[in-house]
Design a protein around this ligand. Structure first.
Ligand code: C2E
Ligand code: CA
Ligand code: CA
Ligand code: CA
Length: 274
């Protein structure tokens, strides 16, 4: 039994080692790739379900790795957040995406994800203002997507930052709605411009529980006059169900996968590059 115990411990230590080494590798690799200009911003449209018109496009960071293939953000964003690299990567994503979106038709908005880490330090509103000014993008066309983690801060600092961002004329979107512990109560704490239902609920359709939740979110949105949207729609059945519940806009592989800036320009019929 003793032997077995030590064996398990050794395997545990070994596993820890592997994970730490992996994290360290990602961290060094990410820093190098970012400096070398190897990260890319891809864009995924949100569309009006009825007309098919593209209403906005979400910027999604991509790391094409020379040997590992495309590393998903879920593997490297946590490392970027831990190491502090997120400040520079986040600013670069925002600036790149704003410059790109300035070349799209005026009626297409840009959605950019913000990490809670970017709320530290008080630089965020000035950074966003500068990105808008330098790109010439109308602030009304920028939607900043945040998750519940931003509202978990008890000091009130993040709420003040959100208010300062909104004062710039940009929209604030509650992303991944329904996944946190207190999504509902956070709707009282800030006047969100839009609610985006988390992909997990859409993927669970047509399950009764998932349907009940998206139905409830649609009702809340209507009662509070907050526009709602959904992400992760993959099938005709899911699309039919969200439309039936009153959602008018959706994002998902059924319409389009994230694509390069150039592929999006081609799809939108935009001529000159930025
Ligand atoms: P998110 O903000 O919830 O973004 C939506 C994710 O769902 C994206 O994954 C998108 O590719 C994926 N998706 C959209 N439609 C479908 C679908 O129909 N089926 C499936 N299976 N997936 C779909 P992605 O690009 O891997 O990004 C994952 C997460 O990484 C994002 O989740 C966001 O939290 C984070 N992220 C990505 N780019 C950035 C960024 O520039 N800054 C920050 N702070 N976070 C980012
Ligand atoms: Ca998002
Ligand atoms: Ca989301
Ligand atoms: Ca998410």
């Amino acid at each position: 039994a003793k032997e077995g115990g030590r064996g398990i411990w050794r395997r545990f230590e070994q596993g820890m080692d592997d994970r730490l080494r992996e994290r360290h590798e990602i961290k060094m690799g990410l820093r190098r790739a970012f400096r070398a200009g190897e990260l890319e911003v891809h864009y995924q449209p949100l569309q009006d379900i009825g007309t098919g018109r593209v209403t906005s496009c979400e910027a999604l960071v991509r790391w094409p790795h020379p040997t590992r293939g495309m590393i998903p953000p879920s593997d490297f964003m946590p490392v970027a957040e831990e190491s502090g690299l997120i400040a520079r990567i986040g600013e670069w994503v925002l600036r790149t995406a704003c410059a790109e979106a300035a070349g799209w038709p005026d009626d297409i908005a840009l959605a950019v994800n913000l990490s809670v880490v970017q709320f530290r330090g008080g630089r965020l509103p000035a950074m966003v203002r500068a990105a808008l000014a330098d790109s010439g993008l109308d602030p009304g066309r920028l939607q900043l997507e945040i998750t519940e983690s931003v509202l978990l801060d008890a000091t009130g600092h993040n709420l003040e930052t959100l208010a300062a961002l909104r004062a710039l004329g940009v929209k604030i979107v509650m992303d991944d709605f329904g996944t946190g512990y207190s999504s509902l109560s956070y709707l009282r704490s800030f006047p969100f411009d839009k609610i985006k239902v988390d992909r997990s609920f859409i993927q669970d359709l047509p399950r009764e529980e998932a349907l009940a939740i998206i139905r409830a979110v649609a009702i809340i949105g209507r009662s509070l006059s907050i526009p709602t949207t959904v992400e992760g729609v993959e099938t005709e059945e899911q699309l039919r169900m969200v439309e039936q519940e009153g959602f008018t806009e959706a994002q998902g592989f059924i319409f389009s996968r994230p694509m390069t800036a150039q592929a999006l320009r081609d799809a939108l019929g935009v001529k000159a590059g930025v």
